[in-house]
Ligand binder design. Structure first.
Ligand code: GLA
Length: 386
């Protein structure tokens, strides 16, 4: 991969790159749709991700090329005037990041040539876009010697996604990618950004990702809609309760006050946010106590809540998860990421993985009419110079 981006760089730009770089993708184990509700999340970085070869240029231009989108060619944009342009497609992510760095006073006063190559399946919900964003900030930080730590990178790249791209995401993806640590998941309180690394010891099991291959479309607008529903539920609760976020509530406090919301749909959305946050806290506790079974049960409960109360799963993800639950050696299974398509995450006993993939794959194909893809993944580190 490293050689591939370096040699493409040489071919396109006729010189050697300064360095090759990597940033991971991520998978969230539990704590879904809690990060914009002041709750906890528990994601980890993966060993798959985005590679890049990069160097500065004296022309004041960003020249961006992706080996995943070769037909789009080299996309150029002046560093002094970076604006969103639909036709620039994926390149809006790096453009947005550089623009955001500059908005915050970081000196990026020369151009950059960058070749990207990602081995995260596209639109899979494993955060290929956040991976590009964090990677770009990391490259700029390295090439321009910026005083940028990884937490700052996660905040700035989230801002780029919110303001430049217009997706109102929380901080989970960018944080998980920037702060990734091999064989650990990150227990993050999104209200304070306090975090703790928890070792993931899976006792003869592995993390298996099933990609639904459902094309997302409406996803982003539904995402913003859920966020809005939670904000409205919170506003109604705050008329009576001294809380800042839905993450401030226990299940009992929520049950005692849910009538204040006054709308059954928003009540269910808020219920998910509150219960999922508490589930995430319990799940991490269970893992610390070596209770992988309980961790798996909480993953399953998370899916049920995302299906019934938050309504972000859909037939594809439900088919994958409900068939996963039926298989031997499955500790837990749930949708992961935003939902509406994308992936599921399952913890599966190693000696059952082949049967798991065959059975779930067949059930999915016969119900949905096209195939799912499966990946056995490892937990990796955050961004690096290679
Ligand atoms: C997407 C967003 C994250 C988070 C998840 C749902 O991945 O980018 O911020 O909200 O959905 O948990």
């Amino acid at each position: 991969m490293k050689e591939a981006v370096l040699s493409k760089y040489r071919e396109l730009f006729g010189k050697e790159a300064s360095s090759a770089f990597f940033a991971p993708g991520r998978v969230n184990l539990i704590g879904e749709h809690t990060d914009y509700n002041g709750g906890h999340v528990f994601p980890c970085a993966l060993t798959i991700g985005t590679y890049a070869a990069a160097g500065k240029n004296p022309d004041g231009v960003l020249r961006l090329y992706s080996m995943n989108f070769e037909t789009l060619g080299v996309i150029e944009a002046p560093v002094a005037d970076l604006v969103y342009d639909k036709k620039d497609d994926w390149a809006n992510y790096p453009k947005g990041v550089i623009r955001t760095l500059k908005n915050h006073g970081y000196t990026v006063n020369e151009g950059m040539d960058i070749v990207y190559y990602g081995n995260i399946p596209n639109s899979s919900g494993l955060s290929s876009s956040a991976s590009i964003e964090v990677l770009t900030a990391f490259i700029a930080g390295t090439l321009f010697g910026l005083d940028l730590d990884l937490v700052e990178i996660s905040k700035l790249t989230q801002e780029a996604e919110n303001r430049f791209i217009g997706v109102n995401c929380g901080i989970m993806d960018q944080f998980a990618i920037a702060m990734g640590k091999k064989d650990h998941a990150i227990f993050l309180d999104t209200a304070t950004l306090d975090y703790e690394y928890a070792p993931i010891r899976l006792e003869g099991c592995k993390i298996v990702i099933a990609c639904s291959n459902k094309k997302r479309g409406l996803g982003d607008s539904k995402y913003n809609e859920r966020r809005q529903e939670c904000e409205e539920a919170l506003a109604a609760l705050r008329k009576e309760l001294p809380i800042r976020t839905l993450g401030d509530l226990t299940e009992e406090e929520f049950e005692a006050n849910r009538h204040l919301i006054g709308d059954p749909v928003k009540e269910r959305r808020a219920k998910h946010a509150v219960y999922e946050n508490q589930r995430t806290i319990h799940a991490v506790q269970a893992l610390k106590e070596g209770n992988l079974r309980l961790f798996g049960e909480l993953m399953n409960a998370s899916h049920v809540s995302l299906r019934d109360d938050y309504e972000v799963t859909g037939i594809e993800l439900d088919t994958l998860v409900e068939n996963s639950w039926k298989q031997e050696g499955v500790i837990g299974s749930r949708m992961t990421g935003a939902g509406f398509g994308g992936c599921t995450v399952s913890i599966v006993q190693e000696d059952q993985i082949d049967t798991f993939i065959r059975n779930v794959g067949e059930a999915y194909l016969s119900r949905i009419g096209y195939a799912a893809d499966f990946y056995v993944v490892e937990i990796g580190d955050g961004p690096a110079v290679l």
